[in-house]
Ligand binder design. Structure first.
Ligand code: F6R
Length: 242
């Protein structure tokens, strides 16, 4: 595991942007695996700035997002499709038809999981997967206890995850209870993985990721089995690593 420690969130975002831009410059039709949440917001801002300055061209790029809430569609401001369109896609020249996110409104969720896993196979696997990490070690919405062999599946969100994400909703009751997520095995298919962690809330998880053992109760530990992982952490997130 390669660890890049930076001072703060701003530097973390710039570093992540640099790695993604390099990927897109080297391979114009790169497949990028993308994440939502607060952590990658700065990275998307930097990438947009890079695009506007003419450093990057996303015309031939495809993207595969990790997850989507069950019950929310593109029009719902809290859906991850809406998030991606607003925070990134609408400001670059990616073809929206080449951006993939599970359909949280699918009538048959099991079918949707199988369909999305096929999309990952046909479009992907990602050349580079961007990840955040939950305080409980989740990656995507793979909560503690998720088998490492899991592919795209429906999950019941942990109360702690719903609470952590409640800030995006009007009330706790509005936070969906289920999501469709790429499984751990699906995520590990990516050729390269870049995990971002910022702030003291992530410090324990980062210590466990670096110093802990492979453990299905700590989903991010599965990343230890991947051969090309880069961890970008700021000082606060790295503070508990001995
Ligand atoms: C988002 C995702 C989640 C987040 C994680 C951290 O698509 O899959 O695993 O990466 O919950 O979220 P933030 O960045 O908001 O702390």
């Amino acid at each position: 595991m390669k660890i890049i420690e930076v001072h703060n969130y701003d530097q973390l975002s710039k570093k992540a942007c640099e790695i993604i831009e390099e990927q897109v410059m080297v391979k114009h039709d790169s497949v990028l695996g993308l994440a939502t949440g607060s952590t990658p917001l700065g990275t998307y801002k930097e990438l947009i700035a890079g695009y506007k300055e003419g450093r990057t061209d996303y015309r031939h790029v495809s993207t595969l997002n990790l997850d989507e809430y069950v019950g929310l569609g593109p029009q719902d401001p809290q859906s991850y499709r809406h998030f991606m369109n607003e925070q990134f896609f609408r400001s670059i020249n990616v073809n929206l038809e080449n951006t993939y996110i599970p359909n949280g409104k699918a009538v048959d969720l099991q079918d949707e999981c199988e369909r999305y896993e096929k999309v990952i196979e046909q479009v992907g696997p990602p050349d580079l997967q961007l990840l955040g990490i939950g305080e409980n070690g989740h990656i995507g919405f793979n909560e503690p206890g998720t088998p490492f062999q899991s592919e795209t599946h429906v999950v019941q969100l942990a109360d702690s995850t719903r609470q952590a994400n409640a800030r995006f909703f009007q009330s706790m009751e509005d936070v969906p209870t289920m999501a469709v997520t790429m499984g751990i095995r699906s995520i590990l298919k990516s050729k390269k993985i870049v995990l971002l962690a910022s702030g003291e809330r992530k410090a324990q998880a980062i210590d466990q990721l670096i110093n802990g053992y492979l453990d299905e109760q700590f989903p991010a530990s599965s990343l230890k089995e991947h051969s090309d992982i880069t961890l970008i952490v700021d000082e606060d997130a790295y503070a508990e690593v001995k």
